[in-house]
Design a protein around this ligand. Structure first.
Ligand code: PLP
Length: 463
């Protein structure tokens, strides 16, 4: 990065201040999806970020191997994004209802110019779950407008993740939805692709096509006119960075076309360069009908998401009043967030972050192979941009996972932190998703920190 870091801001916290923060957090803060007892009194509080590095209140400097929560694509401390945000706030932060501000318009054009279909139309929202909600509603409404009134079913894959809101959580097909009772009617799941534990025996490409064909089986069983959409992540992060063969997505495209069903690619994690292309389906040679994005769109500097619709879909909403997409989110596409996104995408252009994702992704994957020296490493997935996973197993020959009661995740998170590496929820699966701006030296640091951590973990587990 070229001299644009916010180096002058070096916060110093006294012991008393840190204690006060821990106490207030312990009493009043809900940390998302975390048990209070796991962090009370010991919450990691971060005060500074620069490139791929972050600093906590204890002065630890760590490499963020998860780019925040899969979003810090351009890295931390980008002054130009902060300037753009400030300028927009001072000019006009939000438009009066019914109008728009300049960044919303410019960003829609910029996204369309990068998208598979340059005539695409963009519906801005505030984050990934809202993007999924929007895409699903849009798909149902589209099917309605094109003559399939009763199409309400949404097909997704088990062990995927499409968001936390009440509808989106229904699509994950994982236990995340268990505690909220009955989920959305019409949510139907099929097998997910898993290269390490394939759902069927046989050649991986045949198995991948067989997995894709499960969608067709369900469509025929349910009745094609009752199905609105198929939704899937191009690379499933929730399922441990599962990269399917190109034939998988090509088959999904064929099935969606055959039955006139909307194909939604949930690119909340993969969108904007993560897989070495701006949009992941480019790797598979297909174009989805609707794409959901969020995270890397602003590199997390401000909350923003979008549902991007191809012209075919968005044109259905043009015409008489009853064709209007009746969907309104007060803060969807906040101009300040759009200003952050525009500046973020300028950095992408200037520093070729997508190319860097491809190059460093290859380098990372090559270097990761060394970790097979550890007996507890069962599988290493990656090689498609800066997205990889190391899967740990108790027994490599049988692919048996560690018993849940050993608390692998707690032990490993601490070890990684001690080795100055952050990988959120590392356990059976260590996800690796660093900022796209990462350098070769930083990849080397990441690999040796992982290597040393696995040495320590192996020792602990054999004690
Ligand atoms: C594929 C996918 N879809 C949707 C979401 C939900 O995004 P958000 O947490 O911004 O609501 C996520 C979040 O990680 C995701 O990974």
């Amino acid at each position: 990065m070229e001299g644009n870091l916010i180096l002058s801001v070096t916060p110093v916290f006294s012991g008393d201040k840190i204690e006060e923060l821990q106490s207030v957090a312990g009493d009043h803060l809900f940390m998302h999806a975390q048990q209070v007892n796991d962090w009370r009194g010991n919450l990691k509080i971060f005060t500074k970020g620069e490139g791929v590095w972050v600093e906590d209140t204890n002065g630890n400097r760590l490499l963020d191997a998860m780019a925040g929560l899969w979003f810090k694509a351009a890295g931390y401390g980008r002054k130009e994004i902060s300037d753009a945000v400030q300028n927009q706030m001072l000019m006009i932060d939000t438009p009066p209802a019914g109008g728009a501000c300049v960044p919303q318009i410019e960003l829609s054009g910029k996204i369309a110019s990068l998208y598979h279909d340059t005539s695409a139309r963009v519906f801005f929202v505030s984050g990934g779950s809202e993007a999924v909600e929007t895409a699903v509603k849009m798909a149902k409404h589209y099917r309605h407008l094109t003559g399939k009134n009763g199409a309400f079913k949404i097909l997704s894959r088990r062990f995927s993740y499409h968001g936390a809101t009440a509808m989106a959580v229904s699509l994950g097909g994982s236990p995340a939805a268990d505690s909220v009772g009955p989920t959305m009617p019409g949510a139907i799941y099929v097998n997910n692709w898993n290269s390490y534990r394939m759902p069927y025996e046989g050649d991986p490409i045949d198995v991948a096509v067989k997995c894709a064909n499960e969608f067709e089986t369900v469509i025929l069983h349910e009745g094609p006119d009752s199905v609105a959409a198929i939704i899937a992540e191009p690379v499933s992060a929730a399922h441990g960075i599962q990269i399917p063969p190109v034939e998988y997505w090509q088959r999904l495209r064929e099935i969606a076309d055959k039955y006139d069903i909307v194909l939604i690619a949930d690119e909340v994690i993969t969108g904007f360069g993560r897989t070495g292309e701006y949009f992941a389906p480019t790797n598979f040679g297909i174009i989805p009908d609707i794409t959901t994005v969020a995270k890397a769109l602003t590199s997390g500097y401000a909350p923003l998401g979008a549902a991007i619709a191809t012209k075919k879909i968005s044109d259905a909403f043009i015409g008489e009043d009853d064709r209007t997409f009746k969907h309104l989110l007060t803060f969807g596409g906040h101009p300040v967030s759009c200003a952050a996104a525009i500046e973020n995408l300028k950095i992408f252009d200037r520093e070729d972050l997508v190319g860097n994702s491809r190059r460093m992704g290859e380098y990372l994957y090559e270097k990761l192979q060394k970790l097979y020296d550890h007996k507890i490493v069962g599988d290493i997935r990656g090689g498609l941009g800066l997205l990889a996973a190391v899967e740990l197993v108790n027994d490599r020959s049988t692919k048996t996972s560690f018993a849940a009661n050993i608390g692998l995740s707690k032990i490993l998170s601490k070890i990684l932190y001690d080795h100055k590496l952050i990988s959120f929820r590392a356990g059976d699966i260590i996800s690796i998703c660093p900022p796209l701006s990462i350098s070769k030296d930083e990849v080397d640091f990441l690999i040796s920190a992982l290597d040393e951590s696995l040495v320590e973990l192996s020792k602990k587990l054999t004690k």
